[in-house]
Design a binder for this molecule. Structure first.
Ligand SMILES: O=P(O)(O)OC[C@H]1O[C@H](OP(=O)(O)OP(=O)(O)O)[C@H](O)[C@@H]1O
Ligand SMILES: O=C(O)c1cc(=O)[nH]c(=O)[nH]1
Length: 215
């Protein structure tokens, strides 16, 4: 049974354990959106830990089954969604394709890579590693729809839970599910002394207005 709370906490614990969560209040990260941030969640690190990537793969597969039912294809969002998506596709025995952020500028010039000519498997679930604003995810969703796919929804490992992302997904009419999220992460990190009070204060201030923080 897909149990959200338990999974949220377990994934948060894994991310903290393997130092995939990085805090740099004095040397902020720049995100894909251009936002500055004191925190970075590097889900790519999970790939280097076989038992953790297995857990994530299995939970993503279970979430897809529960939330989106029967699907014919898995699509990864380049680049961090590619390995996660390929693992999930393997788990489910489904075809796999991936969507680049822009068309390749040589060779085939493809935006979507893989066999997109099959008429079966046109109901696809998109795999992303992380949702901040949701822009990268939804760009991939658009590309797939333009190529004739029916996007059942998107599954990601982690979301910051920003309103802007919720609105963007709603506007795009694309349901999504994530294994863990920022509030579960902070709860676990505070309870288990992964962050010091000074950083908790910075994160609280950042979370109030992430788009303008550090500018
Ligand atoms: O929700 P958004 O505001 O779009 O941000 C999230 C995106 O940012 C990261 O990708 P990045 O652009 O860093 O590229 P990568 O996957 O190639 O590392 C992440 O993997 C998501 O795709
Ligand atoms: O928004 C992003 O670019 C981003 C944030 C984050 O915490 N981790 C990541 O991989 N990308």
């Amino acid at each position: 049974m897909f149990n959200n709370n338990e999974i949220e906490q377990q994934v948060a614990e894994f991310l903290l354990q393997i130092k995939a969560i990085k805090l740099q209040p004095n040397n902020p990260f720049t995100w894909a959106s251009g936002w500055k941030s004191p925190i970075y969640c590097d889900n790519r690190v999970t790939l280097s830990h076989p038992s953790i990537r297995t857990y994530i793969r299995q939970q993503l597969a279970a979430a897809i089954h529960e939330k989106f039912g029967s699907v014919g294809c898995i699509a990864g969002v380049a680049t961090a969604g590619i390995p996660q998506g390929a693992l999930v596709a393997q788990d489910l025995g489904l075809p796999f394709i991936y969507v680049r952020s822009k068309p390749k500028d040589h060779g085939t010039g493809s935006l979507i890579e893989g066999d997109i000519t099959t008429t079966t498997g046109k109901r696809v679930v998109v795999i992303e590693d992380l949702i901040s604003t949701g822009k990268s995810s939804l760009q991939a969703v658009d590309a797939l729809r333009s190529a004739g796919y029916e996007v059942a929804g998107l599954a990601a490992i982690f979301s910051y839970g920003f309103d802007v992302a919720t609105q963007n997904f709603k506007q795009a009419n694309c349901p999504f599910v994530t294994l863990s999220n920022y509030s579960a992460l902070i709860k676990y990190a505070e309870e288990h002394q992964y962050i010091i009070d000074k950083d908790v204060a910075v994160l609280k201030q950042w979370r109030e207005n992430p788009a303008d923080w550090g500018k």
